[in-house]
Each structure stands twice: as structure tokens, then as C-alpha cells.
Ligand binder design. Structure first.
Ligand code: UDX
Length: 434
């Protein structure tokens, strides 16, 4: 199959590289000439484990190329994927679809007579209808079909998620599109997860519903964690105890500082808006959004309390800035709420993250350390915001010796309370009893 991926962001790039790895011919198109120049050189502009090797191998095999010019690429493509950004629109919280419709208009002029246009970007219910309307307006005679095919990959585990998905959701009522999509995903469904064919609007909603449900699961366990702190119970054990029930499931029950990232905050908000507009408000998700954003701010208060009620003039070492490990992504990271709040309370913050410091420099005004031990040296407290494996493996005796006072606030529960106590730390986890 000849495929075109419009938008070489996270989803577009990972999908494009993986489709090429399935054996398809893939052209990735992006408007940003600097990004395309880097990609042509085999440089991956995002941090995603394994992506660089796969990209290089498929470029070498002649199945994967990059361009800023859609014209050549689109002409004889069997399917054209729209994987451009859908950020939160300023002012009202809706998804901003400017880039999606811009791409649609360009594709409409260039696509082959029976091409399949696929929206992979996360788009509100009804976007496929509008994409189709635009296409028909510009190309009234063509037999082009519009399919919704949301992507469920996680940053940091993107290749694994793409290649071993739990399911592939395809929203269409066209037989031709169904055939093309089945061919595209054939390498996957022979071995793995089911292809789920649904209506286009249903497919669009599935993506939002999945993200909202996961965000709700995290928010639920976070509230249980708060309760555990009051009731002297342990949230890790509560999570295990409920997660072993198959109806609940063990995943996404890790209590922490609140969810962040490029999807959950944006998509929960967009779903809330869509539901309000449809006069069918999703009260649960409205609450999730509110509880989560309050939680991120509250984490600074937790740290201040752990420091005896004031951080004025104190040096706070922060390990982990990205919204989660194995990514350099800072979008909606809890660190962006926590660090400025600590600074506003008079703290000097020194931070270290294995991958995201370059990104962090653009959004945070803090001192950056060269490594975790430099960061900790002479600090009045250590705060873990992101659970990188490197931080689990720290020499805790050395950490203790480096800190001016042995206060550890572990917002990801990467250490064991008993062990930390035995080492002489004053340890504060999330939801771990008194
Ligand atoms: C998410 C969805 O998982 C993915 O299916 C969708 O396509 C895009 O959004 P991603 O944002 O990459 O993926 O990361 P994810 O691993 O889901 O984590 C999101 C946030 O939730 C992070 O801030 C993470 O720290 C937090 N989280 C996750 C928890 O606090 N506890 C958990 O148990 C799981």
C-alpha cells in the first residue's frame, strides 16, 4: 500500500515509521522545513525509545521518506492519514481543528479518485463529517472516503503500543475503505488484537471515552491516596487489592501528582465541552478535570508542609520534570505547576531530568543540575516528580549524605517507606499511611 502521513508530530511520525516497518511505502509530510530536514538526515526530533533505529532501517530499505511537499506524495496514495495537531483552542477549551481542515483542503485538491482519507488526530465527534463535506465541495465527482482511525499509543512506549495494540478502531461505512484499512493493518491482526469496525462518529467518540476513562481511573486512585493519608492506609495495597479484580484491572491505578501530558488534559476538556454543547453533560469527567488540576497545585502545598510549613530561603532539589518517564515531553507536566508555586513561596529550586531539560528550559525558570547527585547536594529537601528508573536506582546512602536535611517527598512512590525510614529519611510518599 502507498500511504501518506500528513503531520510528522508524535502520532504521525510513529505511525508512519511503523507502517513502513509493516512493508508499506510511506511518505511523511510536514510543513516545518527544519523538522523535515532533520528527519531526512535520519534524526528523530522527539525522544521515543527505538524510533531512531526503525526510522533509519526503513529509510535505508527505501520504504520511508520525508517531504514538505504534499503534491508529489498525494497523487497515487491509497490512503492519506491526517495526523496534525488538535490543541486546545484558546478561550473555550474546544479542540482547535484549524490544522485538520487546512490539511483536508490541500488533500482534496491532490488525492487520487478513490483514495481513502483517514483522520488519526484525536478529533471531536462530527469532524469526519465536516472533512467529508469539504472534500465533496472541492472534488464533487471523486469517490473519496473519509475514515476515523484513532491512535491509542502512549509516549515512551509508542512502538510497542502501535505494534501490539489491544484493538484497532476503524470508523467507516464504506466497503472500499474497509478493504484498504484491513490491508494496511493486515500484519497486525494476523497475530494480534481485533479490528473493530464501527460508525465514524462512534470511532471518534471511542478515543475520547478511552482517554476520559483512564484519566478518571487515575483521579479515582489519587483521591483514594488522599484518603489513605488521613486513614493511615496504604494506597499501593488498595490499588493491588482492587486491581486484581478483572472487572477493574490493575493498570492506571498508580497514585501520583495528577495526570499530565499531551492527551489526557486536552482530551478530557474537549469531551466536557462537546458533551455540554450536546446538552448531555459528563459530570464525572467535569469533576475529574477539576480535581486533577487542583491536585497539581496542591502538590506544592504538600511539599511546603513536608518542609515544616515554609520553603522560604530553602533549596529544593527536584528530580524529574517531564510529564512521565521515557519522554522529553513537558506538555501539562505536573512540574509546571509545582515548581513555580514553590518559587512563589520563596524556595530556590534546582532540577534535573534525564531527557527533558532542553524542553524545560523554555518553560521553567530554574537552576538545572548536571546529574541527580549534583542536584541533591546541599538541598533542604528532595522532591521526586517523575519516576525515571535512574531515580529508583540512586544510592540512597549517598543521597542522605548529600542532603542538608533528609526530607524526601516522593510524588511517585518509587521508594519504600520502611526502607527510607530505616535510612534516616523523613519520607513523604503519596497515600502511604501516617
Ligand atoms: C495517553 C494514553 O495512555 C494513550 O492511549 C493516548 O493515545 C494518549 O494519552 P500518554 O499521555 O503518552 O498516553 O501517557 P500515559 O502513560 O497514559 O500517562 C498519562 C499521564 O497519566 C501521565 O502524567 C502519567 O504520569 C499519569 N498516570 C498514568 C498516573 O498518574 N498514574 C497511572 O497509573 C498512569
Amino acid at each position: 500500500m502507498r500511504l501518506v502521513m500528513v503531520g510528522a508530530g508524535y502520532v504521525g511520525l510513529v505511525s508512519g515509521v511503523c507502517f513502513a516497518d509493516f512493508g508499506h511505502d510511506v511518505v511523511c509530510v510536514d510543513k516545518d522545513p527544519a523538522k523535515i530536514a532533520r528527519l531526512k538526515n535520519g534524526e528523530v526530533p522527539i525522544f521515543e525509545p527505538g524510533l531512531d533505529t526503525m526510522l533509519e532501517a526503513n529509510m535505508r530499505a527505501g520504504r520511508l521518506s520525508f517531504t514538505t511537499d504534499l503534491t508529489e506524495a498525494a497523487r497515487d496514495a491509497d490512503a492519506i492519514f491526517i495526523a496534525v495537531g488538535t490543541p486546545t483552542r484558546r478561550g473555550d477549551g474546544h479542540a482547535d481543528l484549524t490544522y485538520v481542515y487546512e490539511a483536508t483542503r490541500e488533500i482534496a485538491v491532490l488525492a487520487a479518485e478513490n483514495a481513502v482519507i483517514v483522520t488519526k488526530s484525536t478529533v471531536p465527534v462530527g469532524t469526519g463529517d465536516e472533512v467529508e463535506r469539504i472534500l465533496r465541495e472541492i472534488r464533487p465527482g471523486a469517490n473519496i472516503s473519509v475514515v476515523s482511525n484513532p491512535e491509542f499509543l502512549r509516549e515512551g512506549a509508542a512502538i510497542e503500543d502501535f505494534k501490539r495494540p489491544d484493538r484497532i478502531v476503524i470508523g467507516t461505512d464504506s466497503d472500499h475503505a474497509r478493504y484498504v484499512m484491513t490491508e494496511i493493518y493486515r500484519p497486525l491482526y494476523i497475530n494480534q488484537g481485533p479490528l473493530l469496525f464501527v460508525s465514524r462518529r462512534t470511532s471518534e467518540l471511542i478515543k475520547y471515552a478511552a482517554n476520559a476513562f483512564l484519566a478518571m481511573k487515575i483521579t479515582f486512585i489519587n483521591e483514594m491516596a488522599d484518603l489513605c493519608e488521613k486513614l493511615d492506609a496504604d494506597v499501593q495495597d488498595v490499588a493491588r487489592g482492587i486491581g486484581l479484580d478483572n472487572r477493574i484491572g490493575a493498570k492506571f491505578l498508580h497514585a501520583g501528582p495528577g495526570y499530565g501530558g499531551s492527551c489526557f488534559p486536552k482530551d478530557t476538556l474537549a469531551l466536557v465541552k462537546t458533551a455540554q454543547d450536546a446538552n448531555s453533560p459528563t459530570r464525572l469527567i467535569e469533576t475529574v478535570v477539576e480535581v486533577n488540576s487542583r491536585r497539581k497545585k496542591r502538590m506544592a502545598e504538600k511539599i511546603i508542609a513536608a518542609c515544616g510549613g515554609s520553603v522560604a530561603g530553602k533549596r529544593i532539589a527536584v528530580l524529574g520534570l517531564a510529564f512521565k518517564p521515557n519522554t522529553d515531553d513537558m506538555r501539562d507536566a505536573p512540574s509546571l505547576d509545582i515548581i513555580p508555586a514553590l518559587q512563589a513561596a520563596g524556595a530556590e529550586v534546582i532540577a534535573y531530568d534525564p531527557e527533558s531539560m532542553e524542553q524545560a528550559r523554555q518553560v521553567l525558570n530554574v537552576g538545572f543540575a548536571e546529574g541527580p547527585y549534583d542536584c541533591i547536594e546541599g538541598a533542604d529537601a528532595l522532591v521526586i516528580i517523575t519516576e525515571w528508573n535512574a531515580f529508583r536506582a540512586l544510592d540512597l546512602k549517598r543521597v542522605k549524605a548529600s542532603l542538608k536535611s533528609p526530607v524526601v517527598v516522593d510524588l511517585r512512590n518509587i521508594y519504600r517507606p520502611q526502607e527510607m525510614k530505616a535510612l534516616g529519611f523523613t519520607y513523604h510518599g503519596i497515600g502511604r499511611g501516617a
